[in-house]
Write a protein that binds this ligand. Structure first.
Ligand code: TYM
Length: 336
């Protein structure tokens, strides 16, 4: 079914309830690749434990994230949907790649710096080598394209450097991946502070739209969104809040910034915020309903996970056996 197709890979951490940033920056775009590419979409539970998690909650959120993938339009018949820890080759390749990644490179990762500042009592080695596991995720499947938000750009660049370094030493082994970052929704900002990324872990609930928020909650949060002291809906300096709302409105309605400006010319921020809230609530309503249906069907989700892991393992094993040969490991008895 997938023969000779180019590969897309992406992943989402099953931590916290996913946000409008995760949706517009990443997940919403995933399904657009399904016809042309062989797509692997992973729930990255191994990345999640770089920060302390409640085990029961992590397990539940892993199911939830898979259900959300499907609810957001990813058909398990057309995409390989799976859980990272179900394919041990991710950990295996990550170790090999650790040996081809420099301490200095990992030290420069801004996400490592941010997360170590936030988790000062738990700056563990996994947090430090997080990007190598991410490179392993991508390189295992020989992915050409990796749809992500802007915050993952540096990790993607490192994945490319690692692939090029390994290929330079051992000859062509990995496809060198490219980030696919959407233009207008590369970074959705916090509704409470439009200079900050909208983040799952924000303590201020008003700053974040969750994909599963109820309609009235979504509208209320948009009504409270921090803007500026002006009143014109247009782009400009000091208007980060309005521009963030314009990107969201544009992504959901398909309207360009010019169209949005003329639609709201002469109207105030109140009208605009209400329109943004309503269109987002409408767009997410179907996702919420589908999620409720799917998350009640654990058996189905487990079938999808099992099928996904089997498919993914097959591709991962092909790359791993190539890697093992190249670095000089002896053949394993089960694959000899
Ligand atoms: P994670 O779980 O933090 O986020 C999942 C995806 O959502 C995007 N994103 C955003 N996009 C726009 N605006 C925002 N405010 C916003 N917040 C999050 C992220 O860029 C991401 O695409 N390390 C990754 C997961 C990962 C991965 C991979 C991704 C692990 N292995 C391999 C791609 C390929 C992460 O923590 O994403």
């Amino acid at each position: 079914m997938f023969k000779d197709k180019k590969v897309v890979f992406s992943g989402v951490q099953p931590t916290g309830m996913l946000t409008l940033g995760n949706y517009l920056g990443a997940i919403k775009n995933f399904s657009s690749f399904s016809d042309e590419y062989r797509c692997y979409y992973c729930v990255v539970d191994m990345h999640a434990i770089t920060v302390r998690q409640n085990p029961a909650e992590l397990r539940r959120r892993t199911y939830d994230t898979l259900a959300l993938y499907i609810a957001c339009g990813l058909d398990p018949e057309k995409n390989v949907l799976f859980v990272q820890s179900h394919v041990p080759a991710h950990a295996e390749l990550a170790w090999v790649l650790d040996c081809y990644t420099m301490f200095g490179e990992l030290s420069r990762m801004t996400q490592f710096k941010d997360k170590s500042a936030k988790n000062a009592d738990n700056i563990n080695a996994g947090l430090f080598t997080y990007p190598t596991l991410m490179a392993a995720d991508i390189l295992l499947y020989q992915a050409e394209l990796v749809p992500v938000g802007d915050d993952q750009k540096q990790h993607l660049e490192l994945s490319r450097d690692i692939a090029n370094r390994f290929n330079g030493v051992y000859g062509e082994t990995f496809v060198v991946p490219e980030a696919y970052i959407p233009k207008t929704t590369a970074r959705i900002y916090s509704l409470a502070d439009p200079t900050k990324k909208m983040s799952k872990s924000d303590e201020n609930e008003n700053a974040v739209i969750r994909i599963l928020d109820e309609r009235d909650v979504i509208i209320r949060k948009f009504k409270r969104a921090v803007t500026d002291s002006g009143c014109e809906v247009r782009r400009g300096e000091g208007k980060e809040g309005i521009m963030n709302l314009m990107s969201i409105y544009g992504a959901v309605t398909g309207k360009s910034p010019d169209e949005i400006e003329s639609e709201f010319s002469g109207k105030g921020y109140g009208d605009f915020k209400l329109a943004v809230g309503e269109c987002v609530a409408d767009a997410l309503c179907g996702v919420r309903e589908e999620f409720a249906r799917l998350s009640a069907d654990k058996k189905y989700l487990e079938e999808v996970m099992a099928r996904g892991a089997e498919e993914a393992s097959r591709a991962a094993c092909r790359t791993m056996s190539k890697v093992r040969r190249k670095v000089g490991f002896t053949d394993r008895a089960d694959v000899r």
